[in-house]
Design a protein around this ligand. Structure first.
Ligand code: BGC
Length: 457
């Protein structure tokens, strides 16, 4: 009789972090940042962006291309200065359709970028030319503002022939091939950098940009002065702008984490085992799959849905982050929405209330851990940037998990406040929508306004 409550208790203990565990994760994260900056062994890549923060006075009309995951967006953005910007036009198109899939290993980079170039052409009237900013949301080693070598794909994308190549060059060649005049991209940025730039355009306290969506990652503003004297990443580098540079942590790759058997199983079966360990515990691409593995275990042990083995729990990646949101959103006494979801998605009807409660509890436990872990990393970053927390800090966040999973933003803020204690009032979180699109326009404007050096062949 006690089997199910005991199993749920064990699950909670294994997933939900104690105050000490959260604090330890934050400190481990901070140490990994320092190691990464000093070119020592670290799971944090600490990638340079070659960009400072904007002043808010950058102006002009720009074209932005946002390559996030399974969709690409093209935006025409007007920056008017004084922190004002407007999206004049935009168009979004999927990379996976009924009869094509540009994210598969059967397709190469040339075909992918020529497809994107064709879509841009549809949106641009003939002979219009705008400076182009490009958001590419994958770990890339930048050698300048407009040169980005893809280190590895994440979020289970597999397009062939791009890893190790400069994505700006491939994209530029595709634009040229389609006779598009805005070529080549003037700046390439990560989506976290775009989010930071967009928030900093209106709020100069912004010191971090983060995505909690399909993928997870964070960037922050580093003082070059601090590291020029110590060597490491900035060895032999001229300072950018006002001596500050945005650094892309590739936080999703952080790996000193209190993980569970389910995390090991998910990682082992993923495209790149051992990579993106934090991302695989927190992000929208994976939280549904963690849920599936837990529920499968419960079903196998005869703890729930006693007379059946619903197919969905035996099919990888069948449960999505959206499903988790549906389960958590149901606050009715009889959990009618959970019951409806079980019927429509799993083919299980007339379920016991215990089973419904268990499904909702599992979803909530997974989401709680995600928010706790991300809050811990933010705290680690804050302590690195400003150990005494003497200044105000805005953390710019975007992404479907942060925005749409019920209660997620609240859980994250509460965890961060608990870590910050008396200093909680110095840290603000700003939901920064459109950051990965608008940010690319701001980056292109920065190149022009601050005469930042670009790479030319
Ligand atoms: C990528 C990051 C990106 C994040 C959010 C991760 O999978 O490695 O570069 O910022 O997803 O899109």
């Amino acid at each position: 009789m006690q089997q199910l409550p005991n199993a749920v208790r064990r699950l909670r203990m294994n997933f939900v972090l104690s105050g000490t565990q959260i604090m330890d994760a934050a400190e481990d994260f901070r140490q990994a940042m320092v190691a990464g900056l000093n070119n020592e062994k670290s799971s944090l890549k600490m990638l340079r962006s070659y960009l400072p923060k904007p002043t808010g006075d950058e102006k002009g009309v720009y074209l932005a291309v946002d390559f996030g995951g399974t969709n690409v967006r093209v935006l025409k953005v007007e920056l008017s200065g004084h922190g004002k910007c407007e999206i004049l036009r935009q168009r979004s198109f999927p990379l996976v359709g009924k009869d094509y899939d540009y994210t598969s290993d059967q397709v190469d980079g040339k075909a992918l970028f020529e497809f994107i170039a064709e879509q841009i052409k549809v949106m641009l009237p003939a002979s219009s030319s705008y400076p182009l900013g490009f958001t590419f949301s994958y770990p890339s080693q930048q050698a300048s503002i407009n040169k980005a070598i893809l280190i590895n794909w994440t979020k289970e994308i597999k397009t062939a022939g791009i890893v190790g190549c400069d994505v700006v060059e491939i994209f530029g060649a595709a634009l040229q091939c389609k006779n598009i005049e805005c070529l080549p991209p003037r700046a390439v940025i990560n989506d976290t950098v775009g989010t930071l730039l967009t928030s900093a355009y209106i709020d100069s306290d912004t010191s971090m940009g983060s995505i909690c969506g399909t993928g997870h990652n964070t960037c922050y503003v580093e003082s070059q002065e601090k590291y020029l004297s110590h060597g490491g990443k900035f060895n032999n580098c001229k300072p950018i702008g006002c001596g500050q540079e945005i650094i892309n942590l590739e936080a999703g790759n952080f790996d000193r984490l209190p993980d569970t058997v389910y995390d090991h199983e998910l990682d082992g079966d993923s495209d790149l085992p051992g990579h993106q360990r934090l991302e695989k515990m927190v992000s929208g691409q994976y939280i549904g799959e963690i849920m599936r593995l837990v529920v499968k275990d419960f079903v196998n042990n005869g703890l729930i849905f006693k007379d059946c083995r619903p197919e969905i729990f035996y099919t990888p990646y069948k449960i999505k982050a959206e499903d988790i949101s549906v389960l958590i959103a149901d606050e009715s006494q009889g959990l009618e929405e959970v019951e409806a979801w079980l019927g429509s998605h799993c083919g299980v009807f007339d379920t016991l209330i215990e089973d419904r409660i268990t499904m909702r509890t599992i979803a909530s436990i997974i989401v709680t851990r995600s928010a706790q872990l991300i809050a811990a990393t933010y705290y680690g970053i804050l302590r690195h940037i400003d150990p005494q927390l003497k200044k105000n800090h805005t953390i710019a966040i975007d992404g479907s998990v942060y925005e749409r999973v019920p209660g997620y933003a609240h859980k994250l803020k509460i965890t961060l406040n608990n870590l910050l204690q008396d200093e909680a009032s110095t840290v603000k979180i700003r939901l920064t929508k459109e950051g990965s699109g608008v940010g690319a326009a701001i980056a292109a404007a920065l190149v022009q306004h601050q005469a930042l050096p670009v790479y030319t062949k």
